[in-house]
Design a protein around this ligand. Structure first.
Ligand SMILES: [Ca+2]
Length: 142
């Protein structure tokens, strides 16, 4: 894989750089270094996970304070999917969520239909209907 003029060349095929994607790295997290990317395209949680697994490693799994701060620095999108779902609350790779930052009154499972997690621009976590279309955070590495 070669990066050339912002085009990704893979197997002889030139793929355009994904639009509106911002990247930022964190080093020294729970599991070495990760690169988090905010993807502005609006997708359901499941479609967002498919996109992340195709282009990165997975939806963002925020496993400690350092990673939390890095993901938060990628805003200004007001609401963004991360790779957390129930139940019990676990990350996209099946690991248990030890670090969480629920907003006041969350998770509330409003209308018994909120099984995926978004973060808001005050950095609080909310359970949300998985079919809602939102931008999302992916991670690579880790
Ligand atoms: Ca909720």
């Amino acid at each position: 894989m070669i990066l050339l003029n912002k085009k990704l060349i893979k197997g002889g095929r030139v793929e355009p750089e994904a639009p509106n994607e911002r990247t930022r790295s964190v080093i020294g997290g729970l599991k070495h270094s990760k690169t988090f990317t905010l993807v502005s395209a609006l997708m359901s949680w499941e479609d967002a996970r498919i996109h992340c697994r195709q282009h990165y490693t997975d939806l963002a799994m925020i496993e400690d304070e350092a990673e939390f701060n890095t993901v938060a620095s990628l805003y200004p999108s007001p609401q963004v999917w991360v790779g957390l779902y129930r139940e019990p609350w676990r990350w996209s790779d099946g690991s248990q969520a030890k670090f969480t930052n629920w907003a006041n009154g969350q998770p509330d499972n409003y209308q018994f239909n909120q099984h995926c997690v978004k973060v808001d621009n005050s950095r609080g976590w909310h359970d949300e209907n998985c079919q809602t279309s939102l931008p999302f955070h992916c991670e690579k590495g880790g």
